[in-house]
Design a binder for this molecule. Structure first.
Ligand SMILES: [Zn+2]
Length: 279
């Protein structure tokens, strides 16, 4: 597996889902071994789990007191297209939410093209099971020769029925099945979020909203029957990409979220016998 960057820079702009402010990103190619990073004013924030400072509603990175929020969908787009080196110049405090999915980022990357670089991509192999359990929810990594994700959600209290999904990672399947899956929420939570000053930029243009009987409020309906489960996989891929590695392992999760995804990486790297670095 090779490292890769984008063939030319691209710019995207849109509302930030939490701040409601207009945010703009300019994404530029980067050299071998740079990894993904965010340039916010004069501060460079490496896209690494060490720099995660907040996991409520999104994944937020910070360095030297400067932060960037809602990185997970863009990170998933880089991982899902095989782009390992790029610098994201940011105007604003978060990455624009676009349509709530990773598709606009994937489309922009494909539009400018992907350039393979003459160096191996860093990979790790999971050597033994690693798990995080939290209030009845859990997430784990187990040894595997591929990168697979199995997600089970339970929104039965919300009257929303979902099916488990196993996703065997490939760039092609990511673009088709995972990247288009949008952020979702529940109508009953909207008022509470507004009261707490969250989700100021969220609207039916960037969130799928379910009503109290599990019905979709958005007039266009769902992009897939199991769109919320696909979106959980999208978030998981974005969050796990903050390891800085391609992971050979099977990730299984029951009701995952950004906080648990982050804790899984902390647990994985807390013991060197959990993984082996390979090229
Ligand atoms: Zn998300």
């Amino acid at each position: 597996m090779q490292q890769a960057t984008i063939s030319a820079e691209f710019t995207l702009e849109g509302v930030g889902t939490h701040s409601g402010d207009l945010c703009r990103i300019r994404v530029k190619p980067a050299d071998i071994n740079n990894g993904i990073g965010f340039q916010v004013q004069d501060t460079y924030i490496a896209a690494n789990y060490h720099n995660v400072v907040n996991t409520e509603m999104c994944t937020q990175l910070a360095c030297d007191g400067v932060s960037i929020a809602t990185v997970e969908h863009l990170m998933a787009a880089f991982f899902g297209t095989g782009v390992t080196n790029a610098v994201v110049y940011v105007e604003g405090k978060e990455i624009p939410i676009m349509d709530g999915s990773a598709r606009p980022f994937v489309d922009a990357i494909k539009r400018v093209g992907i350039e393979q670089q003459n160096s191996h991509r860093s990979c790790i192999r999971v050597m033994q099971e690693v798990a995080v359990v939290e209030e009845g929810r859990w997430i784990m990594l187990a040894p595997s020769d591929d990168f697979n994700i199995h997600v089970v959600c339970d929104f039965s209290k919300r009257q929303l029925h979902t099916e488990p999904k196993l996703f065997q990672f490939s760039c092609e399947k990511f673009a088709d099945e995972i990247a288009p899956a949008r952020t979702f929420g529940f109508q009953s939570d909207v008022e509470e979020m507004r009261r707490r000053g969250l989700g100021r930029g969220s609207s039916l243009e960037n969130v799928v909203v379910f009503d109290d009987s599990g019905g979709v409020i958005n007039s266009e309906g769902l992009r897939f029957p199991q769109e919320p489960v696909h979106h959980k996989i999208l978030d998981l891929i974005g969050d796990l990409s903050l390891s800085g590695y391609y992971i050979l392992g099977k990730c299984s999760a029951y009701c995952p979220g950004h906080r648990m995804n982050h804790r899984l990486l902390q647990e994985l790297f807390s013991d060197a016998s959990n993984y082996a670095v390979i090229i």
